[in-house]
Ligand binder design. Structure first.
Ligand code: ADP
Ligand code: ASP
Ligand code: MG
Length: 430
């Protein structure tokens, strides 16, 4: 059986317009004759734009068609820049978008999460059609694969849980024969399919995870995730100056960083790779010759402080109404509710009379959860906070990060410090 040796993942920024797509084709030219599974995200900010279509459709604001039309036009414009006015891509794109037009023509019958997945997934369908067609146009023949035929999930729409066994069987059935005849296979990140052939998504930013699922199933030699940064940096460059690249990371460190919310890789990506010891490269599509960051088993690495900031935190301070201790029975109930409303706890602390958690703002879900808690508990809710985590912290860095802020909640676990902070309100002199 021929297995691809590599899995490449190209994120939204790397395929955001015609020049970006040309750049991807140029990167691939350097890997001629290699077998590569190319996992692609939706172009640029398409997923956000499609989320607006979903919102318009489900809230009946009448502009769903106009919003979808704008997404279509952006794609047609890129197609025109790449292929001119006559090319088979136009009917492929049209077929992709028409399915959504059929959905939004009808009144909403299905659940929001189901509708979301059917609509939002077309971003990846369109971007992969475009890239596969462009590679063919450049004589870099690539076959297009529908990821929904191989990534099998359950029907938890918007957060599809992967059925690893069936996915393995489907990958083995489909992929080797594709790679027998082609060097390049282009497929979608972020999406999967249920047993009943409905489309699911794996959660926002899930294309990295898709790359890891494919790599695991194919025993790939390595995975490369191509980004607009030189590699993994010790903090988000959008938030901090003076950041620097980490040349190497262990799987463990990468799992910790992404678990605490580093936005550079989807948190579920690392585990499948670690379990098969598949190296992960995070590389720059702007400087493809750059070394990037290599993530492997190596745990002999000395790390500088690594900072992760999660904005939009909500602190829930929960206590019993009758001043009794918070017991396991209470906690059991609280955890069940978090699970029911799919709210992930980022940080928590249990004291004798109270239980405090920090969660990321999900306005609609919290609007359902909070009344559940308020039935039996006293609840104080504090919004607009930040959760700052520092791996390999030093006292200096904590002092500098907390300057001008009130620390509401802080925790030290081994070499990790986490704190939930609030801006000190500005004092205005009368
Ligand atoms: P993709 O196009 O693959 O979806 P993303 O935009 O999701 O890429 O991720 C890349 C971005 O992640 C970078 O532009 C950077 O702003 C941000 N980022 C956040 N934390 C880090 C970090 N520790 N190292 C590098 N980039 C980071
Ligand atoms: N397009 C999806 C998103 O923007 C998945 C991804 O890019 O990883 O969330
Ligand atoms: Mg992304």
């Amino acid at each position: 059986m021929t297995n691809p040796t590599k899995v490449f993942k190209f994120g939204g920024a790397s395929v955001k317009d015609a020049d970006a797509i040309r750049n991807v084709a140029n990167i691939l030219k350097k890997y001629r004759e290699e077998k590569i599974l190319i996992v692609v995200s939706a172009m640029g900010k398409t997923t956000n734009a499609l989320e607006k279509v979903v919102a318009a459709y489900t809230k009946k604001t009448d502009d769903a068609f106009a919003l979808l039309e704008a997404v279509k036009q952006t794609h047609y414009q890129v197609a025109q820049e790449l292929f001119g006015t006559e090319h088979a891509i136009f009917s492929l794109l049209n077929d992709t978008f028409v399915e959504i037009e059929w959905v939004i023509e009808e009144d909403q019958q299905d659940s929001y999460d189901y509708v979301y997945d059917q609509i939002v997934s077309i971003g990846e369908m369109a971007s992969t059609r475009m890239l596969a067609a462009f590679l063919a146009h450049e004589n870099q023949a690539a076959v297009w694969l529908d990821a929904r035929d191989v990534i099998r999930t359950d029907d938890t729409f918007r957060e599809g849980r992967v059925d690893w066994e069936t996915t393995g069987t489907l990958c083995q059935k489909k992929l080797p024969s594709l790679f027998d005849k082609n060097d390049l296979v282009v497929t979608q990140g972020f999406i999967g399919g249920t047993q009943e052939n409905f489309t699911t998504t794996l959660g926002r930013e899930g294309s990295d995870y898709s790359a890891a699922i494919f790599a695991y199933q194919l025993n790939a030699e390595s995975v490369s995730i191509w980004k607009d940064v030189p590699g993994i940096l010790n903090a988000d460059p959008r938030l901090f100056d003076n950041v620097h690249k980490l040349d190497r990371l262990s799987y463990k460190e990468a799992i910790e960083m992404t678990y605490y919310g580093a936005k550079v890789i989807h948190p579920k990506t690392i585990k499948p790779l670690e379990s098969k010891n598949i190296p992960l490269h995070v590389k720059s599509f702007i400087d493809p010759a750059g070394a990037g960051t290599l993530i492997t088993t190596d745990d002999n690495i000395t790390y500088p402080p690594v900072v992760v900031v999660q904005p939009n935190q909500v602190l829930l301070h929960i206590s019993t109404r009758d001043f009794s201790f918070v017991t396991e029975r209470h906690l059991g109930f609280l955890f069940q509710q978090f699970d029911k409303y799919r709210i992930k706890i980022n940080m928590m602390q249990n004291m004798a009379n109270s239980f405090t958690v920090s969660v990321t703002e999900r306005t609609e879900r919290l609007a359902q959860l909070i009344p559940e808690f308020e039935k039996d508990f006293k609840l104080i809710v504090d919004r607009n906070l930040e959760l700052i985590t520092v791996r390999h912290y030093t006292e200096d860095i904590i002092a500098s990060l907390s300057r001008g802020k009130i620390i509401l909640f802080q925790e030290y676990i081994e070499e990790t410090m986490s704190m939930v902070v609030k801006e000190i309100p500005e004092m205005i002199r009368k």
